[in-house]
Design a protein around this ligand. Structure first.
Ligand code: ATP
Ligand code: FE
Length: 350
């Protein structure tokens, strides 16, 4: 199967071509990501209207480049997969409209893919994982544990009740005068710091796999203000300590909740995805948790952990094999829980 994938749910316009062999192995023939960072830089965050317009302008270019990089003609593809949500609705619409146009013009099947399913199924493309496996999705916008029982069968075991960790890293970087994106900056700074003062580990005293990260950011703010009051500024060493203390708290919460998620039932592996999974201290801690549980730890390469269209094309292939496809009535959805039990469009019990 050769699948063209489109992704435009946040601030990256992406298109890719993948091939899935009958034995289940996958190959990425092309993976084009057109970033919008410079368009949003002046605003300190992604501006939905600007993102939507840029997606509409760039999606055709991304598709053309993905096909030519892959050396594949559109008519040689078996289906067109597109992110149909969740995400910024203007961007999702740009991708869905483009995919519908291509499908209508060629007669190729159209497959709407849940963006989170794309992330969650990536380890099957990179590492041939077998169901069921545990997935931790940890990025700028998401933080949840999923048990993946099939390409269309996800159970949410828990997640953040407020901020995602990436968002917390970004806010902490801002509080401490470090550049964006905050994650890499805080991690680099933390390298020379001591984990002090000790910050809280929110929700660790409660059962279950839910997490909270917004209080941690407030704790950093208070600690910073105390230091500034005492020293008349934020000494370089104290800033490094705060970064290390914050990173340690995030690491400990994610590690302990991962341990719990792994104890809920047997799985073949523990996989992580999302930009925060790039964090070395976090990776090391999660690897230890997997080792202790006796399952392999899988982290796809970073380019496939962050937003891309190869994961959408791959998830499309998995749905096509299950005999699923959509038609031109496919809707773009700003919200779309992966876990069917939480999906209002399907109702409970389905
Ligand atoms: P989503 O894909 O959920 O919509 P997103 O596009 O913001 O959200 P990603 O691109 O997967 O998510 O990840 C970006 C986030 O990852 C940013 O918040 C960034 O600070 C964080 N991040 C990147 N590298 C690191 C690191 N080394 N340590 C911690 N966080 C990191
Ligand atoms: Fe994403």
């Amino acid at each position: 199967l050769t699948i063209l994938g489109l992704e435009s749910s946040c601030d990256d316009t992406a298109a890719a071509v993948i091939r899935r062999a009958p034995d289940g192995t996958g190959a990425i023939l092309s993976n084009v990501v057109l970033r919008q960072d410079d368009l949003h830089a002046a605003f300190g965050g992604v501006v939905p209207e600007i993102a939507a317009r840029a997606h509409a302008e760039k999606i055709d270019i991304a598709v053309g480049q993905a096909l030519s990089d892959a050396g594949v003609a559109l008519r040689d593809c078996d289906a067109i997969a597109v992110t149909a949500g969740p995400g910024l609705i203007g961007g999702v619409l740009a991708g869905v409209m483009c995919a519908k146009g291509l499908s209508a013009a060629t007669g190729l099947p159209l497959i709407g893919v849940n963006h989170l399913a794309g992330h969650a199924l990536t380890p099957r493309l990179t590492d041939r994982l077998v169901f069921p496996y545990l997935m931790l999705l940890v990025s700028g916008g998401h933080c949840q544990f999923l048990r993946v029982d099939g390409a269309d069968d996800f159970t949410r075991l828990g997640g953040t009740i407020d901020d995602a960790p990436g968002e917390a890293f970004d806010k902490v970087a801002r509080l401490l005068g470090l550049p964006q994106p905050g994650g890499p900056a805080v991690e680099a700074e933390a390298e020379t710091g001591m984990e002090t003062p000790r910050l809280p580990r929110p929700l660790l005293d409660r059962p279950g796999c839910d997490m909270s990260f917004s209080g941690l950011k407030t704790a950093v703010l208070r600690a910073r203000d105390r230091i500034v009051e005492e020293h008349g500024g934020l000494p370089r060493a104290a800033r490094a300590d705060l970064c290390a203390a914050f990173q340690a708290a995030v690491r400990d919460v994610l590690a302990e909740k991962s341990r719990r998620a792994l104890s809920l039932g047997p799985v073949t592996a523990f996989a992580v995805a999302g930009g925060v999974a790039a964090n070395g201290a976090l990776r090391a801690a999660l690897r230890d948790v997997a080792d202790a549980a006796g399952v392999p730890f899988v982290a796809p390469p970073l380019a496939l952990c962050t937003d891309n269209a190869a994961m959408i094309a791959w998830a499309g292939a998995e749905r096509l094999i299950l005999g699923q496809r959509d038609d031109l009535t496919l809707a773009a959805r700003p919200r779309w829980p992966l876990d069917r039990r939480a999906d209002p469009m399907l109702g409970s019990g389905k």
